[in-house]
Design a protein around this ligand. Sequence first.
Ligand code: G1P
Length: 353
Amino acid sequence: MKALVLSGGTGTRLRPLTHSMPKQLMPVAGRPILLHCLDNIRAIGITEVGIVVGEHAEAIEAAVGDGSALGLDITYLRQEAPLGLAHCVLLARDFLGADDFVLYLGDNVLVPGIAEAAADFRRRRPAAQLMLAKVADPRAYGVAELESDGRIRALVEKPRQPRSDLAVIGVYFFTPAVHAAVRATTPSDRGELEITDAIGRLLHTGQRVVGAEYAGYWKDAGSPDDLLESNRVLLAAVRAEVRGTVDRATALHGPVVIEEGAVVTRSQLTGPVVIGAGSRVNGSTVGPHVTLGRECLLQDAGISDSIVLDGVSIQGVRGLSGSLIGRSATVRTAGPAHRRLIIGDHCRAEVAA
Ligand code: G1P
């Protein structure tokens, strides 16, 4: 069995961060989302992985490499334009060959992974097996209607009037039967080859398509709040580990990870927290639920429930919470009557009233 991981897409809801980096590389619990996806794939015994990349190909290849560090053998497949999920399967045809495969959207967070679904698929080998989750507003997803025996009765992509609250999670299991269905699919109203249409074709040709509600935690981490929630959930599993330096005037509570080369002095850290390699934290209060990137500076800062990317400097500002701070940004105090902002396109700043 192989895996096809999709890591293209534009990530509009995560602007401005996604102007310069793909959403799949947004760090949650100290690592890019994409690496958490690859962990779940490795955990079901798959080693041959194709990653479909688009305009951010270089950044993704730099972060993931050839996969050997993860115990994977990775092949990159270039998609010139975002033409849909079924188009990705089409362009991966040679890579996939005659194998069964799992199609995994590289911005989907699933805790604790996909082992149960994979075991079901391997046992029963339906033409397609979907993972489903109840959502409050199904209109943003593929929506499935399920029979009591687990067969899918109907499937609609982003329906205006959903007939169920079961959204299709971005992890699909297929036998090679899907290839003929994909070849027969035509572009949708949004101009894409929809995987939902290809699965609909399997249904119409009488092939077995099954689905089951996922018992774990799932999020399609496309917006800041979704990303922060995923960060909290994945951080809950980290174990304390200090590879950097912590002075005696610092107190660590709960699971705190301090990566190599990081230096923490005169601070209060309340886990779960990850302090990225080479960062300096002094006189600061951090946590719970903070992912701090590499080479950051926190000086007299206070931050909880936040994701801070690499190279950020926060000085003299406390009470930060629910924040997502992009690479090499500076957050610091100004004069008493000052609120000075130099922020890029699509940013959002919220200050005390
Ligand atoms: C895609 C699929 C949709 C599925 C969703 C899960 O939507 O088309 O059926 O429910 O992923 O993340 P997209 O993210 O392309 O809008």
